[in-house]
Design a binder for this molecule. Structure first.
Ligand code: CP
Length: 303
């Protein structure tokens, strides 16, 4: 079975593709955890990390995974590119295309830019987050982290809590978890929960205490203030009071696993003690993300 040429979204991946990524990630994870070198099997293959939106985890972990694999890596950050002199996105991309990269990892605030690139570029495209659409590599590392903890994802109860409406992570995670027949729910105020989710078989909680009580894991989402999410709330303080994760809420279900894709808005959707509690896999997610990226690059190179 052939792995897809591009990684544009979880919606284009079958369960077998995801299982394939997880199996290959398993061959990298111990070396990454214990700071051992991995085989540079992608030596001579070039990649540009094309970021038109800010990033810490995704950009740095792609950069690291690519270098571990031996790739020729170029990092492009739009704010210090010739776009500041007025060059358009189209011209920027045409010039990058002329440099004949093998891979393009792209993040952009507009949904569909990775898909557009895949139609006009000879490079293999990886979506590192496109607006409110999808963030497939985040979902893959999240579901991999859950699989490592629980082993079996079938019927695992996972709630995605917070600003679902603006979240590309939420949609990618819902799609990935449903591929494994997990029981997926979302939690948040009505203004943060798109109505169409019920039609996808996703349960909806409006009370976070109930969501914590009835789930094995909760993925907390950032309130996306840069996408005007604050306008959908009376105030951030009130949001924290009704939906913020804290130690008192964790005590409702002391076994609950806590995740967050980052970056975290401290004391909005989560507090510091919850983020570092024994329930938290937040930093394990980041480590696992490197193994997932190594696996994706290997499989796409072979595709
Ligand atoms: N989770 C995530 O995408 O984080 P960054 O925006 O820092 O890459």
């Amino acid at each position: 079975l052939k792995f897809p040429q591009h990684l544009l979204g979880v919606k284009y991946l079958d369960r077998i593709d995801i299982e394939n990524i997880f199996s290959v990630a398993d061959t990298y994870i111990e070396d990454i955890k214990y700071k051992k070198a991995v085989k540079k099997i992608l030596s001579g293959i070039s990649v540009i990390n094309l970021f038109f939106e800010d990033s810490t985890r995704t950009r740095v972990s792609f950069d690291l995974a690519e270098k571990k694999m031996g790739m020729d890596v170029v990092n492009f950050i739009s704010s210090n590119s010739s776009m500041s002199k007025g060059e358009s996105l189209l011209d920027t991309v045409k010039n990058i295309e002329a440099m004949k990269f093998d891979f393009i990892v792209v993040r952009h605030s507009t949904p569909g830019i990775p898909l557009l690139l895949s139609k006009h570029s000879s490079a293999k495209i990886i979506n590192a987050g496109d607006g409110t659409n999808e963030h497939p590599t985040q979902a893959l590392l999240d579901v991999y982290t859950l699989k490592k903890r629980f082993n079996n994802l079938e019927n695992l109860k996972v709630c995605i809590a917070g600003d679902v409406a603006h979240s590309r992570v939420a949609m990618s995670n819902i799609l990935a978890l449903l591929r494994f027949n997990a029981k997926v729910s979302v939690c948040g105020p009505a203004s943060f929960i798109p109505k169409y989710l019920e039609g996808m078989g996703v349960n909806i909680y409006t009370n976070i205490d109930e969501a914590i009580r009835h789930n094995n894991a909760i993925i907390m989402l950032r309130v996306q203030l840069e996408r005007d999410a604050g306008n959908l709330l009376p105030s951030l303080n009130e949001y924290n009071k009704f939906y913020g994760l804290n130690e008192k809420r964790i005590s409702i279900n002391p076994k609950i696993v806590i995740m967050h894709p980052g970056p975290m808005n401290m004391n909005v959707e989560i507090d510091y003690n919850s983020s570092i509690s024994k329930n938290s896999l937040i930093f394990e997610q980041v480590t696992n993300g490197i193994a997932i990226k190594c696996a994706i690059l290997k499989l796409m190179n072979e595709a």
